[in-house]
Design a binder for this molecule. Structure first.
Ligand code: GRF
Length: 222
């Protein structure tokens, strides 16, 4: 499965995905990295691994260019990894059910417009909840709104700051996002109907308890 990654920042999730895809017989390959920021660390990480990279307008709203890039590279699955701009509606429509986002909280809580980066963890701490975590969800026309595919909890510690919590959540993102992408790649469009089979492929990478993180909605045929 040919994967494009859209990233606005450091690209540590991109790196985790590239690392996972470097494993023997990996069913997914990152064929394109796109950023709306020419200074994004993600672009350097792509270059270091020889992955084609491109920039788009800073506001991310050039649908024609984005669609052309995705078509040119034969992209099957789009992954938003630390991408902070809204994806144009025509691109969402073209990749409906084939576009994933990773979010550093347990959606639907602590998501939506303006809820990204440090602000997410500050809101979590301010709320007093004892558990945060990471979510991977399908992208639709609204920020952080599409069906949740996988989640993993991270306990909030009494002495947590936004930075310490962000670091522990990010470490989970680095495992959860590749696990979901590899399961998509192994299961293809049938993943939603058969996540267990995808997760248990004996010759493929073995996600850590993927069955436990795929939610019931993702396990039912659509
Ligand atoms: C991650 O928590 C991601 O979910 C968020 O930005 C953070 C940094 O991501 N949107 P990365 O290092 O750029 O992958």
């Amino acid at each position: 499965m040919r994967v494009a990654v859209l990233a606005s920042g450091h690209g540590s999730n991109l790196e985790a995905l590239l690392e996972a895809c470097a494993a023997p017989r990996c069913p997914a390959r990152v064929v394109l990295v796109v950023s709306n920021r020419p200074d994004a660390g993600a672009l350097e990480r792509a270059a270091a691994r020889g992955v084609p990279a491109a920039t788009i307008a800073r506001d991310g709203q050039d649908a024609d260019r984005l669609l052309a890039l995705l078509a040119e590279h034969g992209v099957d699955l789009v992954v938003l990894a630390g991408y902070v701009k809204r994806v144009p509606g025509r691109v969402v429509a073209a990749y409906r059910g084939r576009m994933l986002n990773v979010h550093p909280a347990l959606l639907p809580a602590f998501g939506g417009p303006g809820m990204y980066g440090r602000r997410v963890h500050e809101a979590v701490l301010a709320s007093g909840v004892r558990v945060s975590g990471a979510s991977v969800h399908l992208v639709d026309e609204q920020y952080d709104h599409g069906a949740v595919v996988a989640q993993w909890p991270v306990p909030v510690r009494p002495d947590d700051t936004a930075d310490t919590l962000a670091a522990r959540v990010l470490a989970v993102e680095h495992r959860l996002l590749p696990a979901v992408v590899l399961a998509f790649a192994a299961g293809g469009t049938a993943l939603a109907a058969a996540p267990s089979a995808a997760a248990r492929r004996p010759d493929g990478p073995q996600p850590h308890s993927l069955d436990d993180v795929l939610l019931p909605t993702a396990k039912e045929p659509t």
